[in-house]
Design a protein around this ligand. Structure first.
Ligand code: FAD
Ligand code: SF4
Length: 553
């Protein structure tokens, strides 16, 4: 029996897809939300560090399934290597209802007003595709507020570099732990401006769920008390409660059906038993994250779009960005950690912009606690990584090390990209994503600068040994991306140099939208999820207002 026709199909139940589903369902549109993964179950995905979402060698608790989802990495000399989610360079995020928002650390950053107009501030950068956004911070402010209140953010208003806000956070900020208390005093003495990190976690009971108990295992895991706020426990349940939204898990969408007139008519997908099926709709929204969204559009070829949906100008899949994490680690001669979870509590934004000779910069913050396996990778060079010396180091320094680091504003470039591989196919027989290109050389300059600032702060705080970390080599051999992947369906006003308009609508296909990290023009010097959610709220509002006219046009 054919599936019942619906108003809107959404592909991907992560950050962007979850928000869109709620916005459309509460406004009376019938929605099917497709997700290739399953609902996360805490007991099934519990605290095993070796399969946490932060460590990839043994695969990830929240997907994607490493046997079914290969990708291809293309090196600068053209060599193609097939990789799985258990290999470096895969750019895994997650594949389940909620996606990364189940296991994320929950940092809830608004980008700064400057982040939306880098080209105007810094000028053209040779070898880059740096551009201003077609929207400003002020355009997004009401949607940031909506995300903060509906999904739930704890924070305060003490960051002097933040853009203006019309409403306070719904929950108070988390108190600093011992490490943050110590480092914030140092920062203040140095004339810097520390403040508590805004978090998508409950500092007080909120929206019917309890407050955070501050355990060590947060990032990489689901929350044992459900105090972490993702789309799986906020907006998606709201959407389902309306009766207008059906979530179909275990369903891999293979391509978008585009008819002879160039309109999206639905999708072809494989259900959880592997059966190929068709679902029709008046409109399709793609929210599969920057890599898979580009792949799906490129795999959706049709008469008027022979190079893939929305790709007549060859912009789909370009400008792939992520974040290099840079900073420094310091060893102290006293216990600086008290293990009040989840670790990261304090940040500074003194170096996000206006750094001499640089384009952008980045936020620096204290780090989520590293569990023992991850801690083995955090050593001064030359340290033993096995045997007695290794064990002595683990015991001596676990409580005596502190990290300051953060995501660097990356400079986008046209050749860092996703294409689809001509031969390699996934479990379902769908051509896989191929990643190629490299980072812009200026990212390295930002990393050198920011890590030197982290070194200065840690030394001033009394660290007896400090070393920088996260500085890429002079030549980049692979594209950025990772868990902060963004940029592959750039938003813009000009159809010749962007994929979607400022509302996420594909220029070339009126009833096809993108609502995830793909639409970001630049990726900020911050973790991106709150910005992805804010944009999805704005896109959702636009679809609701214009649904009838788009449907009948
Ligand atoms: C361990 C970890 C920590 C993080 N910490 C932070 C943090 O502190 N702060 C922050 O801002 N960000 C953080 N992030 C990143 C954040 O989770 C992502 O930026 C965000 O989830 C991306 O949103 P999205 O909508 O672009 O895609 P996603 O949220 O990844 O959603 C995409 C969904 O689409 C599904 N999908 C894709 N293709 C298909 C298909 N063809 N058919 C069916 N389903 C499909 C995927 O399975 C996935 O569930 C973290 C991520 C991880 C994994
Ligand atoms: S620190 Fe623990 S209790 Fe708090 S949100 Fe994270 S996982 Fe949940």
């Amino acid at each position: 029996m054919a599936n019942k026709h619906v108003n809107v199909i959404i592909v991907g139940a992560g950050a962007g897809g979850g928000v869109i589903a709620k916005e459309l369902a509460v406004n009376g549109l019938s929605v099917i939300l497709f997700e290739r993964g399953e609902w996360p179950v805490y007991d099934k995905n519990a605290n095993d560090e070796l399969i946490s979402q932060r460590i990839q060698e043994l695969g990830n608790a929240f997907g994607p399934d490493w046997k079914r989802n290969p990708r291809v990495l293309i090196s600068p000399d053209g060599k193609r290597t097939t990789i799985t989610p258990a290999n470096g360079g895969y750019n895994h995020n997650a594949a389940c209802v909620g996606s990364g928002t189940v296991s994320y650390g929950g940092m809830a950053w608004r980008f700064m007003p400057e982040d939306f107009k880098l080209k105007s501030i810094y000028g053209h950068v040779e070898g880059s595709s740096l551009e201003d956004w077609p929207v400003t911070y002020d355009d997004l402010e009401p949607y940031y507020e909506k995300a903060e209140w509906e999904i739930g953010v704890s924070g305060d208003e003490t960051n002097p570099f933040a853009g203006p806000r019309n409403r306070p956070y719904p929950m108070p900020a988390f108190e600093y732990n011992r490490e943050a208390r110590h480092l914030s005093e140092t920062c203040k003495k140095m004339g810097l401006h520390p403040f508590p990190i805004p978090m998508l976690r409950n500092s007080i009971p909120y929206n019917g769920r309890p407050r955070c108990i501050r355990n060590r295992t947060c990032v990489g895991f689901a929350c044992p008390v459900d105090a972490k706020n993702g789309t799986q426990n906020t907006v998606i349940p709201v959407a389902m409660k309306t009766g207008n939204c059906e979530v179909k898990t275990g369903c891999m969408v293979a391509n978008i059906i585009i008819d002879e007139k160039g309109r999206a008519r639905g999708v072809e997908y494989f259900d959880s038993k592997g059966n190929g099926k068709t679902q029709t709709a008046d409109m399709v929204v793609v929210a599969g994250a920057a890599t898979e969204t580009a792949r799906l559009l490129l795999n959706s070829k049709s008469k008027l779009h022979p190079n893939g949906a929305g790709n007549n100008n060859d912009w789909v899949g370009r400008n792939l960005q992520g974040h290099v994490y840079t900073g420094a680690t310091g060893l102290f001669d006293f216990d600086i950690l008290d293990l009040t979870g989840p670790g990261a509590t304090m940040a500074i934004c003194d170096f996000n912009h206006h750094n001499p000779g640089l384009v952008g910069g980045g936020m620096l913050c204290t780090e989520f606690f590293q569990l023992p396996y991850a801690f083995t990778g955090n050593r001064p060079s030359g340290s033993a990584r096995w045997g007695k010396e290794h064990k002595d180091y683990q015991r001596k320094y676990y409580y005596r090390s502190a990290r300051l680091h953060g995501p660097v504003q990356e400079i986008p470039n046209f050749d860092s990209r996703i294409t689809v591989d001509p031969t390699v196919k996934d479990y379902w027989g769908i051509p896989v994503a191929a990643m190629s290109g490299g980072r812009h050389p200026l990212d390295r300059d930002n990393c050198i600068f920011l890590s030197s600032k982290a070194v200065e702060i840690l030394k001033e705080a009394g660290a007896v040994q400090v070393w920088p970390r996260g500085i890429p080599g002079k030549v980049s051999y692979s594209p950025s991306g990772g868990q902060h992947q963004a940029g592959t369906c750039r938003m813009g006003n000009d159809p010749k140099t962007s994929v979607v308009n400022p509302f996420g609508q594909i220029h070339e296909i009126e009833n096809l939208f993108v609502a995830d990290g793909s639409v970001l023009v630049t990726n900020g010097g911050f973790n991106p999820v709150l910005t992805i959610m804010a944009i999805a709220y704005r896109t959702g509002e636009y679809i609701v207002k214009n649904f009838n006219s788009i449907k009948s046009s």
